[in-house]
Design a protein around this ligand. Sequence first.
Ligand SMILES: C[S@@+](CC[C@H](N)C(=O)[O-])C[C@H]1O[C@@H](n2cnc3c(N)ncnc32)[C@H](O)[C@@H]1O
Length: 293
Amino acid sequence: MTNTQQGQSAPKTESSELDGTGKTVFDGIYTAPDPRPYCETMQALDYAIPKHAQPMFSELFQNYREQSGKQSVRVLDLGSSYGINAALLQFDLELPELFQRYTSPEAQALSTIELMQRDRDDYSNQPAQQTVDMVGFDISAPALQYAQDVGLIVDAVQANLETDEVTTAQSEQLRNINCIISSGCIGYVTTITLEKIIDACAPYLPWMGHCVLRMFSLQQLTTLLQARGYEVEISPELVPQRRFASSEEQEQVVSRLFEMGIDPTGFEDQGWLYAWLITAKPTTLEPDYTMTN
Ligand SMILES: C[S@@+](CC[C@H](N)C(=O)[O-])C[C@H]1O[C@@H](n2cnc3c(N)ncnc32)[C@H](O)[C@@H]1O
């Protein structure tokens, strides 16, 4: 997609509040009982990062399968929300189609219970594209509950490891994770969360694929991963995440980028947030092969 095609205007969302990083606060849509408010808002902002991330995630799982000899991959999705990545990875669904499932007049007419029932039926009747056991990880209990109730995720870790420690129960849930992915979550979660998860998974090092907005420090993330025994690869090209929700958000993010020494010309100054795609694989592979799950 070229910047001209993407356009420069910043559509308004209901929220114009910005957080400490300059990004719009979306708390209300992250904690609704079902995905409709999230999908409506993200569709209006042309949210695209899960779409750009799918090939990287699928390739990561495939490489993991080939290296480990396992067919089934247990994947922790950081900031999994209502199971967006889980739906795209498991079923023959594109992101615009997924948004449409929740924003159509038919979907709007249903109660949450009816929507859940529809999703449960639809997802259980669709053939899975690949064998992945998706484990959701999010601060939002309602989003995790929805994803689990409709069968998109097999387990849910509700946590805020930015402030809290890993509990014994969570540690058990994180024990057999093979791969960790995230889209639209780094920033909300930092190396503080990631380090606690790496500790909980030890001695195994799950393979990772993350989308990182360039307004957040890539350096901090790569330093942690390399120190913990990973080889990190950064995509050669930036990918568009979404339109700015307001001109105020754009101004804040652009000025943050200048402060970080990053030139937004041709990218964020065109009205879109941009992200790097990064993968991290353990430099020593042997311990992972001995896993029994
Ligand atoms: C932009 S959404 C991304 C959702 C999904 N991955 C996608 O790409 O559509 C960010 C998610 O991060 C979650 N989140 C925010 N702070 C978090 C934290 N401290 N720990 C875990 N998840 C968090 C939010 O609840 C929300 O579901």
